[in-house]
Design a protein around this ligand. Structure first.
Ligand SMILES: NC(=O)c1ccc[n+]([C@@H]2O[C@H](COP(=O)([O-])OP(=O)(O)OC[C@H]3O[C@@H](n4cnc5c(N)ncnc54)[C@H](OP(=O)(O)O)[C@@H]3O)[C@@H](O)[C@H]2O)c1
Length: 409
């Protein structure tokens, strides 16, 4: 008896192929059946299609019906459940999710023009983006297989502040077994953003980082605490900046030099250090601009910032004019760099399951630790938003959807 149609996908040659096709359908597996002629006779082939994992019709989720403040967050037990629309998507039961500054910004409408354009392109926008579920990362379990995964969702997708979410297989990776879901949920968004800035845009890697002197501006938040650990795991020299109360914390995370920007003139203190090959800026404004002169000259040193006006411009001026302004702003920064063989670059978060796999291995080797500052139950998600919005974060804020039995495994 055929128990697993997956094994039949290559060459299930069957005289009575119509009966076989109907058998596959009754087995409720994620394959469509196509009959085709091949060689001597009819060949039954199967093709993976959208997973048939059963979505519940309704789920618990925090939603917003319009952009605004925390008062817009509404808990519903009848939210339209996440549904699978593409062959590479998976339905995931969310066990924990983090709250990032991007969620607070998106609650207020940040990025809406570009994101609505992407939602329309992906066919997922029917009239309006509302009700909108926020939350960009999570740790949970794939419904179909029971596999524990963690991931960060593309910004156009419905989010993870819900009982279930849908992610593509390129947005997730195996959850590090040494972490609980709460710990694992603290990692994906900051890890993939740091990876985009340091590696994809900044061209750092496991192989070349040990030769580099790197400055992380804004070391005490979610991005800073993750990127310091990644860079140290790769053997880089890391200097960083933070407020007074976080100095010891960042030294303990492994930073080689920690400059307190509250009680000292950070620019002056940093300029006393040998110059840097790389600045990763998670603060923006004058802090980013002032860092540029801390880079070595004529060695292809780079400043990569993740705090830039790209989406703000598109919200204020429209997608095309906003992008035009962004190009002009970035261009003027680039020109400044060309004069001394340095470069100034912008980076944005990109989902990246492969990066999460590599990060997971560093976690398993005890080289990267989750930094969870505060946990909230799912029912108190607005308090978690408020906590993140107040700033001065020391690592990550996580919301637990499943309270019981959250142990590493
Ligand atoms: N472009 C993208 O795709 C992208 C993706 C992720 C994040 N971001 C942005 O990157 C920034 C950092 O994200 P995050 O998740 O790390 O935020 P976070 O957790 O709120 O941390 C920000 C940290 O910066 C510190 N800080 C503020 N001003 C500083 C200064 N002048 N010098 C040094 N440290 C300073 C804050 O601590 P104190 O105030 O106590 O000093 C805080 O710990 C946010 O603005 C976020 O929106 C952008």
């Amino acid at each position: 008896m055929l128990r697993n149609p997956r094994t039949a996908s290559r060459a299930a040659f069957c005289k009575n192929h119509a009966a076989f096709a109907s058998l596959l359908e009754t087995l409720d597996y994620p394959f469509t059946v196509m009959l085709s002629k091949c060689g001597k006779g009819p060949l039954l082939v199967t093709k993976r299609c959208a997973s048939t994992a059963k979505s519940p019709a309704k789920m618990m989720a925090w939603q917003i019906y319009q952009y605004g403040g925390n008062e817009e967050l509404t808990l519903s037990d009848r939210a339209r459940a996440a549904t699978i629309k593409a062959p590479n998507e998976l339905l995931i039961k969310v066990h924990a999710a983090s709250v990032n500054p991007i969620d607070v910004k998106m609650r207020g409408g940040y990025g809406q023009k570009v994101l609505n354009m992407l939602r329309a392109q992906q066919g997922g926008l029917l009239g309006s983006e509302f009700p909108l579920i926020l939350g960009r990362d999570f740790s949970g379990v794939v419904i179909e297989t029971g596999r524990a995964v963690y991931g960060a969702l593309s910004a156009y997708r419905q989010g993870s502040h819900a009982q279930f979410t849908v992610a593509s297989d390129s947005e997730i990776a195996k959850k590090p077994q040494v972490l609980s879901h709460t710990e694992a949920a603290s990692i994906p968004y900051v890890a993939t953003t740091s990876w985009a800035a340091l590696c994809t845009i900044g061209e750092l890697s496991e192989k070349n980082a040990h030769k580099k002197r790197v400055l992380v501006q804004g070391g005490s938040g979610g991005i800073g605490t993750f990127s310091i650990q990644l860079l140290k795991a790769w053997g880089a020299y890391v200097a960083t900046t933070c407020s007074t109360d976080a100095v010891d914390f960042l030294r303990n995370l492994g930073a080689d030099a920690v400059i307190d920007y509250k009680t000292t003139d950070a620019k002056k203190e940093l300029s006393k250090l040998p110059q840097f090959d790389f600045v990763f800026d998670a603060v923006g404004g004058p802090t980013a601009d002032d860092s540029f002169d801390l880079l070595k000259k004529w060695t292809n040193a780079k400043l990569v910032t993740i705090v830039h006006p790209f989406l703000q411009n598109t919200d204020s001026f429209g997608v095309v004019p906003g992008m035009g302004r962004a190009v002009i702003a970035l261009g003027s920064n680039l020109m400044k760099g060309f004069s001394a063989g340095r470069s100034y670059r912008w980076a944005i978060f990109l989902p990246n399951g492969k990066a999460l796999e590599k990060v997971g291995r560093l976690v398993q080797r005890d080289l990267i630790h989750p930094v969870v500052e505060k946990e909230f139950p799912f029912s108190e998600l607005p308090a978690a938003f408020q906590f993140v919005e107040e700033g001065h974060n020391r690592g990550k804020t996580v919301v637990k959807m499943v309270e019981r039995g959250d142990q590493p495994h």
